[in-house]
Design a protein around this ligand. Structure first.
Ligand SMILES: C[S@@+](CC[C@H](N)C(=O)[O-])C[C@H]1O[C@@H](n2cnc3c(N)ncnc32)[C@H](O)[C@@H]1O
Length: 261
C-alpha cells in the first residue's frame, strides 16, 4: 500500500490500476472506491435518500470528513475524486456554491462526469494532486478522501492543497497507512501554512463499514474470474490483508481537519 522505497513506482502502479478499473469496470451503481465509515451501533444514522442507501458505508466516510465544515456557499475542491460519488454527496446534501472533483485517472474522471451528470454545481477535471493546474487561494474547502496513499510525494500534495486554499479555508483529509508509516504521513500534513483542528483514528469505524459492505462487494467480484483474488484484496473484503491489518492495528486509518492560516 505505501512501501516507501519506490514512490514513483507506487504512483505508476496506482495509475494503471485506476485507469484499468475506469476503462473496464463501469457499473453505473459503483460511484465510490473508498473503504467506508460507519458509526458504532446506537449512534444516530445520517439521513439518506432511498436511492443512496446501498452506498451508505462509503457515503459515511465523506459525511464523517465534511459534516461540521462551513460548506454553505463554499467553493469545494476534491482531490482524488475517483468516480465522483463523494463530490456528488457534498453537492447534493449540503449547499456549496460549487464542487470540482479532480483525479489523475482520465477514465475515472470521464466516468465521474457520466455518472453524475444529473447533479448541478458539480464538475470534474483531470488533475494531479502533486501539481494542480488551479489558481492560488481559489477554494474555501479542499477534500481528500482515501487517495493520498497513492501519491509519490506527500509533501508536494500538501503544499498544493495549502496553495489553492483561501486563507481561513479548510482541508478535510482521510486515509490509511501501515502502522510503521503513519507517523511520517502525519508529519507531512504538518505544513506551516495550516493548523490542525481535529484528528481521529477511525480504524474501527472503517472495519464496521467493511463488514456492512462485504456482501455487496463479494457479489460484484463474483462476476469476474480472472482478477477475483486481486479484487477481493483491493476491495478490502473480509479476510483480506487490509481487513486483518485494520483489526490487528498493523494498518491505521485516520482523518483530520486543518485550517489554512
Ligand atoms: C481509493 S480511490 C478513492 C476515490 C474517491 N475519493 C472515493 O472515496 O470514492 C483513490 C483515487 O485517488 C486517485 N489518485 C491517485 N493518485 C492521484 C494523484 N496523484 N492525483 C489525483 N488523483 C489521484 C485515483 O485515481 C483514485 O481515483
Amino acid at each position: 500500500m505505501d512501501a516507501g522505497a519506490f514512490p514513483g513506482a507506487r504512483r505508476f502502479v496506482w495509475k494503471v490500476i485506476y485507469n484499468t478499473l475506469g476503462r473496464f469496470w463501469r457499473d453505473p451503481d459503483w460511484r465510490f472506491m473508498n473503504y467506508g465509515w460507519l458509526p458504532p451501533e446506537g449512534a444516530m444514522p445520517i439521513e439518506l435518500a432511498a436511492e443512496d442507501e446501498p452506498e451508505r458505508p462509503f457515503i459515511g466516510l465523506y459525511d464523517h470528513v465534511v459534516r461540521g465544515l462551513p460548506l454553505d456557499g463554499a467553493r469545494v475542491l476534491e482531490i482524488g475524486c475517483g468516480r465522483g460519488g463523494g463530490a456528488r454527496y457534498v453537492a447534493r446534501y449540503f449547499q456549496p456554491s460549487e464542487v470540482l472533483g479532480v483525479d489523475f485517472s482520465a477514465p475515472a474522471t470521464d466516468l465521474a462526469r457520466r455518472l453524475n451528470s444529473d447533479t448541478a454545481n458539480l464538475s470534474f477535471a483531470v488533475g494531479d494532486a502533486e501539481r494542480l493546474d488551479l489558481p492560488d487561494a481559489s477554494f474555501d474547502i479542499v477534500l481528500n478522501v482515501e487517495s493520498s496513499h497513492c501519491y509519490g510525494n506527500m509533501e508536494k500534495f500538501v503544499a498544493e492543497a495549502v496553495r489553492v486554499l483561501k486563507p481561513g479555508g479548510w482541508f478535510g483529509w482521510a486515509d490509511m497507512r501501515s502502522k510503521a508509516t503513519m507517523a511520517a504521513t502525519v508529519q507531512s500534513l504538518a505544513h506551516p501554512g495550516m493548523q490542525l483542528e481535529r484528528s481521529e483514528d477511525i480504524s474501527a469505524d472503517v472495519v464496521r463499514a467493511l463488514d456492512a459492505a462485504n456482501a455487496r462487494k463479494q457479489h460484484r467480484i463474483a462476476r469476474v474470474w480472472l482478477v477475483r483474488r486481486f479484487m477481493a484484496e483491493f476491495a478490502g473484503t473480509k479476510g483480506s490483508l487490509l481487513y486483518r491489518g485494520l483489526i490487528s492495528g498493523e494498518v491505521v486509518y485516520k482523518s483530520g481537519w486543518f485550517r489554512k492560516l
